[in-house]
Design a protein around this ligand. Structure first.
Ligand SMILES: [Zn+2]
Ligand SMILES: [Zn+2]
Length: 363
Protein backbone atom coordinates (compact mmCIF):
# COMPACT_ATOMS: atom_id res chain seq x y z
CA UNK A 1 0.00 0.00 0.00
CA UNK A 2 0.99 3.63 -0.43
CA UNK A 3 1.65 5.57 2.79
CA UNK A 4 3.57 8.64 3.95
CA UNK A 5 6.67 8.46 6.13
CA UNK A 6 9.44 10.61 7.61
CA UNK A 7 12.84 9.47 6.38
CA UNK A 8 16.25 10.04 7.98
CA UNK A 9 19.16 10.18 5.52
CA UNK A 10 22.11 11.61 7.49
CA UNK A 11 23.01 13.28 10.79
CA UNK A 12 22.46 17.05 11.02
CA UNK A 13 20.12 17.08 8.00
CA UNK A 14 16.36 17.71 8.11
CA UNK A 15 14.13 14.64 8.05
CA UNK A 16 12.28 14.28 4.75
CA UNK A 17 8.55 13.43 4.54
CA UNK A 18 7.76 11.33 1.46
CA UNK A 19 5.24 8.96 -0.08
CA UNK A 20 6.52 5.39 0.26
CA UNK A 21 5.43 1.84 -0.47
CA UNK A 22 4.55 -0.37 2.53
CA UNK A 23 4.40 -4.14 2.11
CA UNK A 24 1.55 -6.20 3.58
CA UNK A 25 2.14 -7.74 7.02
CA UNK A 26 3.88 -11.13 6.78
CA UNK A 27 3.38 -14.09 9.13
CA UNK A 28 3.40 -12.86 12.73
CA UNK A 29 3.20 -9.18 11.74
CA UNK A 30 0.59 -6.46 12.16
CA UNK A 31 -0.36 -3.42 10.05
CA UNK A 32 -1.06 -0.41 12.27
CA UNK A 33 -2.43 3.04 11.43
CA UNK A 34 -0.31 5.34 13.60
CA UNK A 35 -2.59 7.72 15.53
CA UNK A 36 0.06 9.54 17.53
CA UNK A 37 3.85 9.36 17.82
CA UNK A 38 6.19 11.26 20.12
CA UNK A 39 9.24 13.31 19.14
CA UNK A 40 11.60 11.49 21.51
CA UNK A 41 15.19 12.36 22.31
CA UNK A 42 16.41 8.88 21.39
CA UNK A 43 15.50 9.50 17.75
CA UNK A 44 17.15 12.89 18.00
CA UNK A 45 20.33 11.21 19.31
CA UNK A 46 20.79 9.76 15.82
CA UNK A 47 19.90 13.05 14.13
CA UNK A 48 22.49 15.04 16.10
CA UNK A 49 25.10 12.27 15.96
CA UNK A 50 25.13 11.51 19.77
CA UNK A 51 24.74 7.84 18.85
CA UNK A 52 25.83 6.34 15.55
CA UNK A 53 22.79 5.97 13.30
CA UNK A 54 22.20 2.48 12.02
CA UNK A 55 21.62 1.73 8.37
CA UNK A 56 20.15 4.56 6.27
CA UNK A 57 17.85 5.65 4.74
CA UNK A 58 15.74 4.97 7.79
CA UNK A 59 12.07 5.46 8.71
CA UNK A 60 12.34 6.67 12.30
CA UNK A 61 9.98 6.81 15.25
CA UNK A 62 9.26 4.38 18.07
CA UNK A 63 7.03 6.07 20.68
CA UNK A 64 3.49 5.61 19.42
CA UNK A 65 -0.08 4.40 19.68
CA UNK A 66 -2.37 3.37 16.88
CA UNK A 67 -5.16 1.22 15.54
CA UNK A 68 -4.72 -2.23 13.99
CA UNK A 69 -5.77 -2.33 10.32
CA UNK A 70 -4.63 -5.79 9.32
CA UNK A 71 -2.79 -8.88 10.52
CA UNK A 72 -0.47 -11.38 8.88
CA UNK A 73 -0.78 -15.14 8.91
CA UNK A 74 -0.93 -16.77 12.33
CA UNK A 75 -1.65 -13.59 14.31
CA UNK A 76 -4.43 -14.34 16.77
CA UNK A 77 -3.84 -11.81 19.56
CA UNK A 78 -4.78 -8.76 17.45
CA UNK A 79 -7.65 -7.90 15.12
CA UNK A 80 -8.55 -4.84 13.02
CA UNK A 81 -9.90 -2.06 15.22
CA UNK A 82 -7.78 -2.96 18.27
CA UNK A 83 -6.05 -0.06 19.98
CA UNK A 84 -2.35 -0.73 20.50
CA UNK A 85 0.66 0.93 22.11
CA UNK A 86 4.10 0.16 20.68
CA UNK A 87 6.62 -1.48 23.02
CA UNK A 88 10.13 -0.24 22.24
CA UNK A 89 11.73 -3.61 22.92
CA UNK A 90 10.63 -6.86 21.32
CA UNK A 91 9.12 -9.56 23.51
CA UNK A 92 9.88 -12.87 21.78
CA UNK A 93 8.39 -14.78 24.69
CA UNK A 94 10.91 -17.62 24.62
CA UNK A 95 14.44 -16.30 25.31
CA UNK A 96 16.04 -16.49 28.77
CA UNK A 97 14.92 -12.93 29.60
CA UNK A 98 11.33 -13.26 28.39
CA UNK A 99 11.15 -16.55 30.29
CA UNK A 100 12.21 -14.86 33.53
CA UNK A 101 10.00 -11.76 33.34
CA UNK A 102 12.83 -9.47 32.12
CA UNK A 103 11.00 -8.48 28.93
CA UNK A 104 13.00 -5.26 28.49
CA UNK A 105 16.20 -7.27 27.93
CA UNK A 106 14.80 -9.69 25.32
CA UNK A 107 17.55 -10.85 22.97
CA UNK A 108 15.51 -13.42 21.14
CA UNK A 109 15.28 -11.39 17.93
CA UNK A 110 18.50 -11.53 15.94
CA UNK A 111 17.54 -9.39 12.93
CA UNK A 112 19.19 -6.01 12.31
CA UNK A 113 17.69 -3.41 14.68
CA UNK A 114 15.78 -6.27 16.23
CA UNK A 115 12.49 -6.12 14.42
CA UNK A 116 11.70 -8.26 11.39
CA UNK A 117 12.48 -11.89 12.06
CA UNK A 118 13.94 -12.50 8.61
CA UNK A 119 16.04 -9.30 8.66
CA UNK A 120 14.16 -7.80 5.70
CA UNK A 121 12.29 -4.49 5.68
CA UNK A 122 8.69 -3.65 4.81
CA UNK A 123 9.24 -0.08 3.50
CA UNK A 124 10.50 1.00 0.06
CA UNK A 125 10.85 4.35 -1.62
CA UNK A 126 8.69 4.75 -4.74
CA UNK A 127 11.85 4.27 -6.87
CA UNK A 128 12.39 0.87 -5.20
CA UNK A 129 15.19 1.90 -2.78
CA UNK A 130 15.01 -0.21 0.40
CA UNK A 131 14.13 1.79 3.52
CA UNK A 132 15.45 0.47 6.83
CA UNK A 133 13.29 0.75 9.90
CA UNK A 134 12.54 -0.26 13.42
CA UNK A 135 9.01 0.41 14.58
CA UNK A 136 8.82 3.18 11.93
CA UNK A 137 6.10 5.16 13.66
CA UNK A 138 6.93 8.48 11.94
CA UNK A 139 4.58 7.22 9.27
CA UNK A 140 0.86 7.13 8.57
CA UNK A 141 1.03 3.32 8.64
CA UNK A 142 3.63 0.81 9.75
CA UNK A 143 4.09 -2.96 9.88
CA UNK A 144 5.68 -4.47 13.00
CA UNK A 145 6.03 -7.92 14.58
CA UNK A 146 3.13 -8.65 16.92
CA UNK A 147 5.51 -8.95 19.86
CA UNK A 148 6.19 -5.20 19.67
CA UNK A 149 2.56 -4.35 20.36
CA UNK A 150 0.48 -4.21 23.50
CA UNK A 151 -3.31 -4.23 23.17
CA UNK A 152 -4.94 -1.59 25.36
CA UNK A 153 -8.45 -0.59 26.34
CA UNK A 154 -10.43 1.12 23.54
CA UNK A 155 -12.22 3.61 25.79
CA UNK A 156 -9.30 6.02 26.34
CA UNK A 157 -8.51 8.47 23.49
CA UNK A 158 -5.72 6.78 21.53
CA UNK A 159 -3.96 10.13 20.81
CA UNK A 160 -2.85 10.57 24.40
CA UNK A 161 -1.34 7.09 24.80
CA UNK A 162 1.71 7.44 22.53
CA UNK A 163 4.18 8.32 25.28
CA UNK A 164 3.26 5.31 27.41
CA UNK A 165 5.46 3.13 25.21
CA UNK A 166 8.67 5.14 25.69
CA UNK A 167 8.78 8.23 27.93
CA UNK A 168 6.35 6.95 30.56
CA UNK A 169 7.59 3.37 30.87
CA UNK A 170 11.23 4.52 30.76
CA UNK A 171 10.76 7.21 33.43
CA UNK A 172 8.12 5.78 35.74
CA UNK A 173 9.56 2.29 35.22
CA UNK A 174 13.08 3.38 36.25
CA UNK A 175 11.62 4.58 39.55
CA UNK A 176 9.19 1.80 40.40
CA UNK A 177 10.70 -1.21 38.59
CA UNK A 178 14.46 -0.61 38.38
CA UNK A 179 15.42 1.47 41.43
CA UNK A 180 12.29 0.53 43.42
CA UNK A 181 12.19 3.86 45.24
CA UNK A 182 10.91 3.43 48.79
CA UNK A 183 8.16 5.57 50.27
CA UNK A 184 9.47 8.63 52.10
CA UNK A 185 12.86 8.66 50.40
CA UNK A 186 14.54 11.60 48.68
CA UNK A 187 14.97 11.70 44.89
CA UNK A 188 16.99 13.93 42.55
CA UNK A 189 16.57 13.94 38.76
CA UNK A 190 19.11 15.24 36.22
CA UNK A 191 17.26 16.32 33.06
CA UNK A 192 13.62 17.43 32.85
CA UNK A 193 12.65 16.43 29.29
CA UNK A 194 9.88 13.97 28.48
CA UNK A 195 11.53 11.05 30.31
CA UNK A 196 12.74 13.21 33.22
CA UNK A 197 9.19 14.45 33.85
CA UNK A 198 8.13 10.82 34.04
CA UNK A 199 10.88 10.04 36.54
CA UNK A 200 9.43 12.93 38.57
CA UNK A 201 5.86 11.66 38.38
CA UNK A 202 7.11 8.12 39.05
CA UNK A 203 8.71 9.44 42.25
CA UNK A 204 5.35 10.95 43.24
CA UNK A 205 3.62 7.60 42.59
CA UNK A 206 6.31 5.86 44.68
CA UNK A 207 5.68 8.26 47.58
CA UNK A 208 9.02 10.11 47.61
CA UNK A 209 9.29 12.84 50.25
CA UNK A 210 11.45 15.26 48.30
CA UNK A 211 11.86 15.39 44.52
CA UNK A 212 14.64 17.65 43.25
CA UNK A 213 14.58 18.55 39.54
CA UNK A 214 17.90 19.60 37.97
CA UNK A 215 18.32 21.15 34.53
CA UNK A 216 20.35 23.82 32.77
CA UNK A 217 17.23 25.27 31.09
CA UNK A 218 15.03 27.30 33.42
CA UNK A 219 12.14 26.91 30.96
CA UNK A 220 11.77 23.26 32.06
CA UNK A 221 11.07 24.04 35.72
CA UNK A 222 7.36 24.97 35.41
CA UNK A 223 6.80 21.50 33.86
CA UNK A 224 8.93 19.84 36.54
CA UNK A 225 6.84 21.51 39.28
CA UNK A 226 3.60 20.57 37.51
CA UNK A 227 4.71 16.92 37.46
CA UNK A 228 5.56 16.92 41.16
CA UNK A 229 9.06 18.33 41.75
CA UNK A 230 9.35 19.87 45.22
CA UNK A 231 12.61 21.72 44.49
CA UNK A 232 14.47 22.84 41.38
CA UNK A 233 18.19 23.44 40.80
CA UNK A 234 19.47 25.46 37.85
CA UNK A 235 22.72 23.62 37.05
CA UNK A 236 23.86 26.46 34.79
CA UNK A 237 24.15 28.69 37.87
CA UNK A 238 24.71 26.31 40.83
CA UNK A 239 26.72 23.17 41.60
CA UNK A 240 23.94 20.56 41.46
CA UNK A 241 25.84 18.04 43.63
CA UNK A 242 26.25 20.49 46.51
CA UNK A 243 22.67 21.71 46.05
CA UNK A 244 21.28 18.17 46.36
CA UNK A 245 23.50 17.39 49.37
CA UNK A 246 22.29 20.59 51.07
CA UNK A 247 18.61 20.01 50.26
CA UNK A 248 18.71 16.41 51.53
CA UNK A 249 21.01 16.78 54.53
CA UNK A 250 23.82 14.69 53.13
CA UNK A 251 22.76 13.26 49.76
CA UNK A 252 19.69 11.81 48.05
CA UNK A 253 18.51 8.24 48.58
CA UNK A 254 17.98 7.90 44.83
CA UNK A 255 19.33 9.92 41.91
CA UNK A 256 18.41 9.52 38.25
CA UNK A 257 20.49 10.69 35.29
CA UNK A 258 18.20 11.20 32.29
CA UNK A 259 20.62 12.99 29.95
CA UNK A 260 23.10 10.31 28.90
CA UNK A 261 26.38 12.12 29.57
CA UNK A 262 29.33 10.91 31.66
CA UNK A 263 29.74 14.17 33.67
CA UNK A 264 26.08 14.30 34.73
CA UNK A 265 26.08 10.59 35.58
CA UNK A 266 29.10 11.21 37.81
CA UNK A 267 27.25 14.14 39.45
CA UNK A 268 24.23 11.92 40.08
CA UNK A 269 26.49 9.33 41.75
CA UNK A 270 28.30 11.97 43.83
CA UNK A 271 24.98 13.36 45.09
CA UNK A 272 23.80 10.08 46.65
CA UNK A 273 23.98 9.50 50.40
CA UNK A 274 25.73 6.41 51.79
CA UNK A 275 23.46 3.47 50.95
CA UNK A 276 21.98 5.48 48.07
CA UNK A 277 21.36 4.46 44.48
CA UNK A 278 22.31 6.34 41.33
CA UNK A 279 20.34 5.11 38.32
CA UNK A 280 21.35 5.82 34.71
CA UNK A 281 18.26 6.31 32.54
CA UNK A 282 19.68 8.49 29.75
CA UNK A 283 20.87 6.89 26.51
CA UNK A 284 24.67 6.63 26.79
CA UNK A 285 26.82 8.04 23.97
CA UNK A 286 28.59 5.42 21.82
CA UNK A 287 31.66 4.32 23.80
CA UNK A 288 30.76 6.50 26.82
CA UNK A 289 32.46 5.67 30.14
CA UNK A 290 32.20 6.91 33.69
CA UNK A 291 34.61 6.46 36.62
CA UNK A 292 33.44 6.58 40.26
CA UNK A 293 35.47 6.63 43.49
CA UNK A 294 35.74 3.14 44.96
CA UNK A 295 35.58 4.54 48.50
CA UNK A 296 32.11 5.90 47.79
CA UNK A 297 30.95 2.53 46.44
CA UNK A 298 32.33 0.94 49.61
CA UNK A 299 29.61 2.81 51.57
CA UNK A 300 26.82 0.63 50.13
CA UNK A 301 26.18 2.97 47.21
CA UNK A 302 24.86 1.43 44.02
CA UNK A 303 25.32 2.62 40.44
CA UNK A 304 22.73 0.90 38.27
CA UNK A 305 21.39 1.13 34.74
CA UNK A 306 17.78 1.05 33.63
CA UNK A 307 16.77 -0.21 30.22
CA UNK A 308 13.29 0.75 28.97
CA UNK A 309 12.24 1.12 32.61
CA UNK A 310 12.78 -2.58 33.39
CA UNK A 311 9.21 -2.76 32.18
CA UNK A 312 6.82 -5.60 31.48
CA UNK A 313 4.79 -3.75 28.82
CA UNK A 314 1.79 -6.10 28.94
CA UNK A 315 1.50 -5.50 32.69
CA UNK A 316 2.75 -1.91 32.94
CA UNK A 317 0.85 -0.26 30.05
CA UNK A 318 -2.64 -1.22 31.30
CA UNK A 319 -1.50 -0.13 34.79
CA UNK A 320 -0.45 3.29 33.45
CA UNK A 321 -3.86 3.70 31.80
CA UNK A 322 -5.54 2.83 35.10
CA UNK A 323 -3.36 5.38 36.92
CA UNK A 324 -4.36 7.96 34.27
CA UNK A 325 -8.05 7.19 34.84
CA UNK A 326 -7.55 7.74 38.56
CA UNK A 327 -5.85 11.09 37.92
CA UNK A 328 -2.52 9.78 39.25
CA UNK A 329 -0.59 9.77 35.95
CA UNK A 330 -0.33 12.95 33.88
CA UNK A 331 -0.73 12.16 30.18
CA UNK A 332 -2.71 15.17 28.91
CA UNK A 333 -0.13 17.51 30.46
CA UNK A 334 2.69 15.48 28.89
CA UNK A 335 1.39 15.68 25.32
CA UNK A 336 1.59 19.43 25.36
CA UNK A 337 1.64 20.06 21.61
CA UNK A 338 0.31 18.26 18.52
CA UNK A 339 1.72 18.61 14.99
CA UNK A 340 1.09 16.91 11.61
CA UNK A 341 3.75 14.57 10.13
CA UNK A 342 4.89 17.31 7.72
CA UNK A 343 6.13 19.26 10.77
CA UNK A 344 8.36 16.49 12.12
CA UNK A 345 11.47 18.73 12.07
CA UNK A 346 9.59 21.45 13.96
CA UNK A 347 8.55 18.80 16.50
CA UNK A 348 12.23 18.19 17.28
CA UNK A 349 12.83 21.95 17.46
CA UNK A 350 10.03 22.11 20.07
CA UNK A 351 11.84 19.41 22.05
CA UNK A 352 15.16 21.27 21.93
CA UNK A 353 13.55 24.60 22.88
CA UNK A 354 12.45 23.12 26.23
CA UNK A 355 9.11 24.91 25.86
CA UNK A 356 7.00 21.75 25.57
CA UNK A 357 6.77 18.64 27.73
CA UNK A 358 6.37 16.49 24.61
CA UNK A 359 5.37 17.23 21.03
CA UNK A 360 3.14 14.54 19.56
CA UNK A 361 2.99 14.04 15.82
CA UNK A 362 -0.37 12.87 14.48
CA UNK A 363 0.29 11.30 11.08
ZN1 LIG B 1 11.85 7.19 22.97
ZN1 LIG C 1 12.77 -12.70 24.36
Amino acid sequence: MRTRSAIFYAAKQPISVEDVELQDPQAGEVLVRVAATGACHSDYHAIDGHIKASTVPLVMGHEAAGVVEGVGQGVTAFAPGDHVVFAIRPMCGTCKYCSSNRWNLCDGIKAERGFMVDGTTRFKKLDGTVLHHGLATFSQHTVVPEWNLVKVQNDVPIEILASIGCAVVTGVGAVVNTAQVKQGSTVAVWGCGGVGLNVIQGAVIAGASKIIAIDVAESKFPFAKQFGATDTVDASKNDPVQAVIDLTNGGADYTFEVIGKPPTLRQAFDATCAGGTACMVGVPPSGGEVAVPMEMLFRDRRLIGSSAGTGSPRVDFPWFIELYRQGRLKLDELQSKFRPLEEINEAFEDMLSGEVARTIVTP
